[in-house]
Design a protein around this ligand. Structure first.
Ligand code: SAM
Length: 331
């Protein structure tokens, strides 16, 4: 029995989810100086130190393609990019046929359950110590809280001595407390209850640096990058980043069933009681009975949030915070 199965994965595999993931990737790349590989690793890239990369939980595979193209563009003659995910993704072949026909370089996609000990041991046997860079992004919905330490120990073994890792996760506290005023408190509480009850770790972004240190990584750099869906240009006119808005709307859409299901659970009140104190501190005056109850209320809340985010008369700060954490395996 695998430790997880694609059916367990809460965000699913629809076409709209693939589009949301690619929009999310574009948003993340933009704040990363338009790089798939962090600017903090560009010295290593320029020195030719990064030739083999691995993306864990690779989704549509977009990062593998972009990272490989970036490395090729920097003059690396032969690049290997490996993407692993628990589910086969139609986009793996779509991307492969679009670009990267250069036979001196390889992009390989394969199936792997990051939570499965047997599969991960086999991957370590095949690939241990061979990667110059291991990347993982947006796995908050995929990796159970108790599995993070073991996963990071395995990542440590996958990277060659002196090699690098790059993890990217959103600070979920920030997304749900800032972006959907005035219902941010409700959304935050429900989101946290849902993820907690599924054994997922809503704090994985802010815990990552500590966990990487525990796994043996050094030179850990935890960078917080603010995504700004709306900003004022030099003439003071509000500009809206449509890709960021598309991503935010997609996030509300994909989380809708989860929000509604968790609200129906008989143990919902108990789940809320188990929320950390800081959630209650960020939602002053909110009582359990004030939380969202119907589909209509969820949809109204989302509509209101989208109106705020796309307002061109005033900026309502959403600005989700992306943690990009870069570290090195000691030589
Ligand atoms: C939110 S998506 C992120 C995809 C990609 N990293 C990105 O940033 O676009 C999470 C991915 O984790 C994968 N996933 C979920 N559970 C997994 C598991 N146990 N092992 C490996 N991958 C898993 C899903 O199939 C999905 O592609």
């Amino acid at each position: 029995m695998p430790a997880s199965s694609p059916e367990d994965y809460i965000l699913g595999y629809s076409q709209s989810e693939a589009e949301r993931l690619d929009a999310q990737h574009m948003v993340c790349r933009r704040v990363n100086g338009d790089h798939a590989i962090s600017p903090l690793l560009q010295t290593a890239v320029a020195a030719g130190e990064i030739k083999r990369v691995l993306d864990l939980g690779c989704g549509t595979g977009i990062w593998c393609h972009e990272a490989a193209n970036e490395l090729k563009a920097s003059g690396i003659p032969t690049v290997t990019a490996v993407g692993l995910d628990i589910a086969q993704n139609d986009h793996w072949t779509k991307f492969a046929s679009l670009d990267f026909k250069d036979l001196s370089s390889t992009i390989i996609f394969g199936l792997a359950d990051l939570n499965d000990d047997v599969q991960m041991m086999a991957i370590l046997e095949k690939y241990g110590g061979t990667f110059d860079l291991v990347h993982a992004a947006n796995l908050v919905s995929a990796v159970k809280k108790g599995k993070w330490p073991t996963l990071l120990e395995r990542v440590f073994k996958l990277v060659r001595p002196g090699g690098y890792i790059q993890f990217a996760e959103f600070d979920t506290m920030d997304i749900y407390s800032n972006c959907i005023d005035p219902v941010g408190g409700e959304m935050l509480a429900i989101f946290h209850s849902a993820y907690n009850s599924l054994g997922l770790d809503v704090l994985c972004a802010t815990e990552m640096a500590k966990r990487l240190a525990n796994a043996g990584f050094s030179k850990i750099s935890d960078n917080t990058l603010q995504i700004e869906p709306a900003w004022r240009d030099s003439k003071g006119v509000i500009q809206i980043d449509r890709v960021a808005v598309e991503w935010l709307v997609g996030m509300f859409r994909i989380l809708r069933p989860l929000f509604l299901q968790v609200r129906q659970r008989p143990d919902y009140a108990t789940l809320l009681e188990t929320l950390p104190q800081w959630v209650h501190e960020r939602t002053p005056g909110q009582k359990v009975e004030q939380l969202l109850v119907t589909e209509e209320q969820y949809d109204d809340a989302v509509r209101h949030a989208v109106e705020l985010v796309t307002s061109t008369s005033e900026i309502h700060h959403v600005d989700p915070l992306l943690h990009v954490i870069v570290a090195q395996r000691p030589s």
